[in-house]
Write a protein that binds this ligand. Sequence first.
Ligand code: TEU
Length: 524
Amino acid sequence: MTDSSPAPWWSRAIFYQVYPRSFADSDGDGIGDLDGIVAHLDYVDALGVDAIWLNPVTVSPMVDHGYDVADPRDVDPLFGGLDALDRLIAAAHRRGIKVTMDLVPNHTSSQHAWFKAALAAGPGTAQRARYIFRDGTRPRGTRPPNNWVSVFGGPAWTRVTEPDGTPGQWYLHLFDAEQPDLNWDNPEVFEDFEKTLRFWLDRGVDGFRLDVAHGMAKPPGLPDMKNPDIEMLKLDDDDPRFNHDNVHDIHRAIRSVLDDYPHAVAIGEVWVFNNEQFAKYLRADELHLGFNFRLLRAEFDAAEIRHAINNSLAAAAIEGATPTWTLSNHDVGREVTRYGGGSVGLARARAMALVMLALPGAVFIYNGEELGLANVALPDEVLQDPVWERSGHTERGRDGCRVPMPWRGDAPPFGFSANPRTWLPIPPGWASLTVERQLADPVSTLAFYRRALRLRGGPRFAGSSIAWLPGPVGALAFRVVDGGLVCALNAGSKPTPLPEGQLLLSSGPVRGGVLPPDTAAWLV
Ligand code: TEU
């Protein structure tokens, strides 16, 4: 933002990520839905967030819980259909909350009309040219076209049976076999995506989170991966499957559509860690925001956290873009667990919330983070993430961070649903973590988050940069340049002195000018 135009709404926004399956169930099928969200909007409003990011609610066989889209311009009946989304948009807007949707440009579901037509039409047809079909290698095409692996495990290629019954071509899927990758070299793909963008924007949606925004362009010739043994669910730089430079033409085309809706925001899921490479996505004619996952990957360690913050700020600064911060989402283990679990993990998660919320830019909070929920160790028989099957039962997948929200009462399903059989079981131990319990407790994690989120709107937090303050090893402290807020974190094992100033909020008990381990504080 180099000119004097007012900052856009998203430049300091708090986005609240709602995983629709797990937020609230209005119709008793044990799976959350859009009317469930509508019924709990006062809760979202009271948190003090600016916008909701809804994980996919479009029509889907739900193999990857909505990231396998069969019709991108309709809402799945499981979530209540299109009318329910209209109700949610209206009810959110009445409260001044924006609604952003998840779109999945990289792939469709195998149940999408295009893919079914591609299978039926056979090799060499226009229908196949919307996806990435290739002949196999070896004399009879029995081996996949290259060595790419799926992010979910196993090969990234599946062989089809041709309409005449013979074993035929292979198609590319960077994720599950039910998620065929689209061929973005085919202009039809963008034409259709433009229809999708306009369809939702015209219905009042305030923007999009674009799934795998660094994945749509594939390198010509599809060269082999150098490291096909890459850990499942792990995305890194130097991987031919992702971040091909042609992806930027796609983002420019998407942005030109969004520019017809000046209030709308495009947020890319960009798993790219090289700062220069990451910044390219944030050029003035590409994405407005890109998820920076460095903070989420940092251990609870002062040096690592400082490094993640510095690099996130530096990456955004290259293009004068807004930094973004996130500690968890529906793909990564909850931070309470990542930071060690139990009361220590919770104390650290609360401390990191203060660090994240003190930083300039936009933040993303994943539903349940404000309750201090931890990952749930689920039994084998309830696991649903396709990662579990595709990895041959070696990776448990992401279900443990997707367990439904506990709202009230003393036993599962804690008001989430009228149905005791929820899509993932809720642990009885969450009785002490329900919204109802935490609202009644002034020192609960929920009360703490609400206070922190409210304070963050104040002038002391305003600024686009931070200055590091000297601090003992194991701790870190920074001042928000302009606003003046000081944030201090003790990630070490010994108490450290608090910086000068009056205590505004702390993540745990602070007394006598001393910051205990696993604690953070805001001072003015
Ligand atoms: O995720 C992209 C993705 O690659 C992640 O699974 C990533 O590997 C992991 O988070 C790293 O820890 C997006 C969605 O967020 C995810 O839920 C979908 O399963 C995936 O795309 C496919 O659409």
